[in-house]
Design a protein around this ligand. Structure first.
Ligand code: SF4
Ligand SMILES: [Zn+2]
Length: 134
């Protein structure tokens, strides 16, 4: 199985919560593609492009380890088309993943019960605030 990586910051998906999300995301897209598109390459071009996009959003997620589920997020960084794609994939794959990846899926379901934290502030904005407070 060929490795699919985000276009930027791949190191952010190598450990912790973002890695676990990346594993689940990839499993869902691959399973969905296999059932719907059955491409001899393993992953069709559209699903591959979507997976690269979604992994790149994940790698750039400003919440990092505190990432909520995307459904609860107050930022919503996905473009409209990909947001619809992930909604369709997750609706079908959610129940299937409970059997294939029970621990990761349970973690996701628990997270989905929680409210998202406030939007993380970027470091520059924080620094300006500190400077002005001097
Ligand atoms: S939608 Fe929100 S939680 Fe999901 S990757 Fe984008 S910023 Fe992070
Ligand atoms: Zn596909």
């Amino acid at each position: 199985m060929d490795e699919i990586k985000p276009t930027v910051k791949p190191e952010r998906l190598e450990k912790g919560a973002l890695k676990r999300e990346a594993v689940l995301l990839e499993a869902m897209v691959r399973d969905y593609c296999k059932r719907h598109h059955n491409d001899p390459k393993g992953l069709c071009d559209d699903c591959r492009a979507f997976l690269v996009y979604a992994l790149t959003r994940l790698a750039c997620c400003p919440y990092g380890e505190k990432k909520p589920t995307c459904a609860k997020c107050k930022i919503h960084c996905y473009r409209a088309q990909e947001k619809e794609t992930v909604r369709v994939i997750m609706r079908e794959e959610g129940p299937r993943m409970l059997f294939q990846h029970p621990i990761l899926t349970t973690e996701h379901l628990i997270k989905n019960l929680k409210e998202a934290p406030e939007k993380p502030r970027n470091r520059l904005a924080k620094k300006k605030e500190v400077d002005h407070g001097r």
